[in-house]
Design a protein around this ligand. Structure first.
Ligand code: SDX
Length: 464
């Protein structure tokens, strides 16, 4: 199913020229103008900064409808998967197109287990990172470094591809837990074949050689649900980065590292951390939320966890995460005043025309950080958990792309707005021509050996 050509779009341009462009229709009746012949026929390209109106590919993995708040993985509604499925089942579904049978699930779990250790020599890498290194900086580095320990054949066969997928789904989780142990100065805890995927992760994070970790089924379910709702989201920023990097046939570990790097940004996967920072600042200011709402409306702040490029109504994942908050934070001893603040912010925003007129609703990040906080996941690890969840989605797109006959290197066009042709100026004559773009600084630029802030995005997160 590659989308049928169902009609044509007429384009009138220049001095009355016209051309017809085919319109293709997807399985959910989405329509796209196929502009493959636009430049060769009309000498035109399209400009769509941020790609808000541009489909970069055909995909059968995830469908979302931003106007209706619909999200389905391979046709299964996210609400059903979040309630009834395990993360490993969802990873298999995204990758291979169907929910696994019991035998397929056992086989997939077995290869994930057998791939859960990283090469022991990689443990030395952790010694070289500064203690306050942000776990996302460690994760991007370590995932790309997997390529040095697990060589990838030029054209992996099905078995080699399955091993690559298992390595990444399993080892991103192991590296994440090891990076946390590095930060708190504890010895790493190895994965165990006796534990399921999420329990294994929590055990690697919170047990130690001197104390065991008691699994709370509600916390396990909360983290499992968090990973499921983060597993894929069609052509989001980091998945688009994976497809672009993968289109050059780059090493798959480097390709996934590119996705992790894109996810780190506050506009994308870094938002779950930014929401907690925002709620903490509102709490410390003694603000009931209304002052902050005003600052967001005056563009002095962003209501983090609100708004979305695609959803123009509730992000269905935000509804799932909010329900989970009620369940987890309603347990004795688990209440969190930040949840009250978040609900007040949501209520205030959704009764304010600034947000309603811009279709700004809570997205997956608005409540998800509170879930992780309740699970005892340290603040700096929130985006890392998003990466653990999204890894199967990234790999499913990498796999779909490499098996597609339309697969070409991604190479967008541009509209040039720079200087016209001009003559070369010898260096001794440049002073008077210089536009002073880069004036030599009179003060010595000092670069500290270790940046004060671990996180280059400028947020001063603290672990724990
Ligand atoms: C994720 O793409 C995906 O699928 C991503 C994701 C996934 O699963 O992969 O769903 C995960 O990244 C969720 C989004 C997490 N990010 C945040 O919560 C950060 C806060 N949100 C915004 O930065 C913003 O809403 C974006 C980045 C999410 C979307 O940006 P757009 O589509 O480029 O929208 P925009 O910046 O052009 O904003 C349109 C208007 C502007 O106002 P005007 O110029 O019309 O006056 O809405 C305003 C913006 O100022 N606006 C906000 C706002 N988000 C947009 N105003 C206040 N608070 C906000 N959060």
């Amino acid at each position: 199913m590659d989308g049928d050509i169902t009609e044509a779009a007429a384009l009138r341009y220049g001095s009355g020229q016209e051309m017809e462009l085919p319109v293709i229709t997807g399985s959910e009746d989405e329509k796209a103008v196929d502009i493959e012949r636009l430049r060769s026929t009309a000498g035109l390209v399209t400009l769509d900064e941020g790609f808000a109106n541009t489909a970069s590919c055909r995909s059968a993995i995830t469908y979302l409808d931003g106007e209706k708040g619909i999200l389905r993985y391979r046709g299964y509604p996210i609400e059903d998967l979040a309630e009834k499925s395990r993360f490993v089942e969802v990873a298999y579904l995204l990758m291979y197109g169907d929910l696994p049978t019991a035998i397929q699930l056992d086989d997939f779990s077995a290869i994930l287990n057998s791939s859960s250790l990283i090469h022991e020599d990689m443990r030395h890498f952790f010694l070289a990172f500064p203690n306050n290194a942000h776990p996302m900086s460690i994760l991007t580095t370590m995932v790309a470094s997997l390529s040095a320990f697990y060589p990838v054949p030029e054209n992996p066969n099905d078995e080699e591809e399955a091993q690559i997928i298992a390595n990444l789904v399993s080892q991103v989780r192991t590296i994440a837990a090891f990076s946390f142990k590095k930060f708190i100065g504890e010895p790493v805890v190895y994965p165990s074949y006796k534990l399921r995927f999420v329990e294994n992760f929590l055990n690697m994070m919170f047990s130690s050689p001197v104390s065991s970790y008691e699994q709370d089924p509600d916390i396990v379910k909360a983290v499992e649900t968090f990973l499921i709702v983060h597993a894929d989201h069609e052509q989001n920023c980091s998945t688009a980065a994976v497809r672009i990097a993968g289109s050059s046939l780059a090493n798959v570990y480097a390709v996934i590292s590119a996705g992790i790097s894109a996810l780190w940004g506050r506009r994308h996967g870094g938002a779950n951390q930014a929401v907690i920072t925002m709620l903490r600042s509102i709490q410390e200011a003694g603000d009931d939320g209304r002052q902050f709402i005003e600052s967001a409306k005056n563009k002095k702040a962003r209501l983090m966890g609100f708004g979305h490029r695609v959803y123009k109504t509730f992000d269905p994942r935000a509804i799932i995460m909010k329900k989970l908050c009620h369940r987890i934070l309603g347990k004795p001893g688990m209440t969190d005043p930040m949840f009250e603040i978040a609900m007040r912010l949501e209520e205030a925003a959704l009764s304010d025309d600034y947000f309603l007129s811009r279709n700004l609703y809570p997205n997956v990040d608005f409540y998800s950080g509170l879930i992780l906080k309740a699970a005892g996941i340290p603040f700096d690890m929130f985006t890392v958990l998003f990466a653990i969840g999204r890894t199967p989605g990234w790999l499913a797109h990498w796999r779909e792309m490499r098996h597609s006959e339309n697969s070409r290197i991604a190479r967008p066009r541009q509209i040039y707005v720079g200087p016209l042709k001009r003559s070369y100026i010898p260096v001794n004559l440049r002073e008077k021509h210089s536009v002073g773009v880069m004036r030599r600084s009179r003060t010595k630029i000092v670069v500290s050996k270790y940046p004060e802030m671990a996180d280059p995005s400028g947020e001063m997160p603290e672990m724990g």
